[in-house]
Design a protein around this ligand. Sequence first.
Ligand code: C2E
Ligand code: MG
Ligand code: MG
Ligand code: MG
Length: 285
Amino acid sequence: HAKHQGRGRAEIYTDALALEAEDRAELERDLLRGLEREEFLLEFQPQIDVASGYAVSAEALVRWAHPERALVMPGAFVPVAEESGAIVALGDWVMSRVCQTAARWAQTGVHQRIAVNISTRELAQADFFLRLRHAIATHGTPPAMLELEITESLAMEMDPRVLEQLRALRRDGVRIAIDDFGTGYSNLSRLKELPVDRVKIDRSLVRDIATSAEARTIYSAVVGLIQGLGMEVVVEGIESEAQMDVLRVIGCTLFQGYHLARPTGEQEYLAQFGARPGVQVRDAG
Ligand code: C2E
Ligand code: MG
Ligand code: MG
Ligand code: MG
């Protein structure tokens, strides 16, 4: 049992990718047990439209309230869950919780979508869409309250069956976003064929934007490409006002990052961003 492992466990979670096989197996068992014991929770981070200053949507981010540790971040267990297949059970829990929360928000007048991360392994399940629709039906969630975030690499490799399912969801009102765009190799001509509403540009592209002309040039070109295809840009990882200034000039309006807000629990999120007017952000001008 985990309790007997003592201090050595700290490292297990700090760098899941460096784990040896048996530690991974143990983490996997812990994960499944954690799911049974409902040790997971969601935090929410706002996506803010600077034109209005309001949060327009929230990204749901999973955390593990491990009984013997501080809150464990997804970087330490999602990769292992993906490799072992436990991500399917974890993803089911996340989706169910998101659908339940989104339904409640809709009922109480919080008209903000909730974006949920979907990993490759989940989407590869033949019954993924069936289970998603089941969660929506179970909780009576308005599909227009939901957004699916899929990674760039996955989006580029999607088979026709999955694409058709995503199109159907989109017709029902679910929004589709590409996550971490700009980190992988993209077939850019393929981008326009994907059923996608939003593209979240990876935060690695934002980092040097206030200090490097090259970084600005690249960002600006990526934004132009996405907007030119009729999709919305979401800036990920905004950490300073200087970065925001540059990005507003480039034409970005949707921002998510520590500079505006860190992910927080639902109650705190609703207290801060649930009612309009929400956050005070300097006018887009
Ligand atoms: P992501 O989907 O790209 O989520 C954004 C990550 O960046 C989050 O980390 C968020 O807290 C962090 N972040 C937001 N603003 C800033 C900023 O200004 N600076 C920096 N440095 N970071 C910022 P988090 O919560 O640790 O999640 C990491 C990744 O784990 C996510 O990346 C996503 O790929 C995965 N993940 C999180 N929740 C889930 C989930 O429910 N299901 C699945 N399959 N994956 C998840
Ligand atoms: Mg995401
Ligand atoms: Mg991302
Ligand atoms: Mg990601």
